[in-house]
Design a protein around this ligand. Structure first.
Ligand code: EPU
Length: 338
């Protein structure tokens, strides 16, 4: 384990932005992590945890010790006819973990195929797609306190999961480093294929009685058709959260825009797709030099190469202001600004 200085984070963020970490260390075990956290040399330094870098916007250099949890391993904790409990290191690539489950016939995460990032970062924002959130398969999350290197296991309930939220983004923000997670997967899964696009794609694939693998393949097809591949075009997936508005406000908007999509989340609130609002406000496919709004999914801001984090932030504010002016809805970023 070696601490490096002025380390470029360009290959460690999916926006592909060029920013430096003042100090950087890759940790491959809980022991290494404990050692660095308790090292008197680094005790007083500000610390920043960088997982897969798939949900951050680097607007400046990071004046901290950047810790990159690279703890690997997938192990079976328990297995029976019904299912399996797996413990997975935080540094495992999320999609590769999903592929491992799909290949072994372990159901529960197939709808979360192709989401960029690491296993350790996934619970932070309760990743979700096509009707499934990671909260539905998490047994517990293992973490280490940044202040004193104490280990703690958070039960699913203690993670306080919400829509793109968890305790690690709220009350315990910047307090813990996730070192691994334990998942319960099902060998006789109930597939979640209610989402319109998923049904349609499975039909096109002629999968009348779909398997876990079929669902995963369908999700991969859908994502590849809409979302830019960060290896080709820098991006961090959805830039904003889908806003929830009161029913009365939604009805008022619907009288002006009869085609506005909305999904009830309670008897009082309706969730509106931010992508629709941004497209309607005229931003879809907008380009400003090296950065822009993706042409196939307006919720995704992109760096075509050579873009600067500050400019993406400025563009996101323009989008926010224009959506608010037109619809009276303030969008909130899903990505974390550094
Ligand atoms: N829409 C538009 N224009 C656009 C984009 C979307 O009109 O440019 C409309 C669509 O027509 C559709 C609705 O918005 O009626 C929903 O679109 P989509 O199914 O693409 O999903 P989303 O709400 O835009 C959310 C997640 C995605 C996730 C998909 C699928 C959030 C912030 N985003 O997007 O998650 O993959 O649903 O479940 O909740 C991510 O978090 O990075 C991410 C990609």
């Amino acid at each position: 384990m070696q601490v490096q200085s002025n380390f470029s984070l360009r290959h460690l963020n999916t926006f592909g932005l060029d920013a430096d970490a003042r100090f950087f260390v890759n940790v491959t075990s809980v022991e290494e992590l404990t050692e660095i956290l308790l090292d008197p040399v680094w005790q007083a330094s500000p610390k920043f945890v960088l997982g897969g870098g798939s949900n951050i916007l680097l607007t400046q250099d990071v004046e901290a010790l950047v810790i990159h949890p690279d703890i690997k391993g997938i192990s079976i904790v328990k297995e029976d006819e019904e299912g399996v409990i797996l413990q997975v290191g935080a540094g495992e690539n999320w999609h590769q973990f999903v592929m491992y489950c799909v290949e072994h016939g372990y159901g529960g995460v197939e709808n979360l195929s192709l989401i960029p990032g690491t296993v350790g970062a996934a619970p932070m924002q309760n990743i979700g797609a096509y009707g499934v959130e990671i909260r539905s398969v998490i047994v517990s999350v293992e973490a280490v306190s940044i202040d004193n290197a104490q280990k703690r296991i958070f039960s699913n309930a203690e993670c306080e999961f919400g829509y793109r939220e968890s305790i690690f983004k709220k009350a315990l923000k910047d307090k813990y480093i996730i070192t691994g997670a334990t998942f319960r997967l099902n060998k006789k899964p109930v597939l979640n294929i209610g989402y319109g696009d998923v049904q349609k794609t499975l039909q096109e694939m002629n999968a009348a009685t779909p398997t876990i693998k079929d669902v995963s393949e369908a999700i991969i097809k859908i994502r590849q058709s809409k979302l830019p591949d960060p290896a080709e075009i820098g991006n961090a997936g959805s830039f904003f959260k889908n806003p929830e508005i009161p029913v009365a406000q939604f009805e008022k908007l619907r009288s002006a825009y009869p085609e506005i999509p909305g999904y009830p989340v309670s008897s009082e609130m309706v969730k509106v797709p931010a992508g629709w609002l941004i497209e309607k406000a005229g931003w879809k496919g907008y380009r400003e030099g090296a950065i822009g709004v993706h042409a196939r999914q307006a919720l995704v801001l992109v760096n075509y190469g050579g873009g600067v984090g500050k400019d993406i932030k400025a563009l996101s504010e323009k989008v926010q202001n224009s959506v608010e002016a037109q619809f009276g809805i303030r969008l909130h970023a899903e990505v974390n600004f550094i």
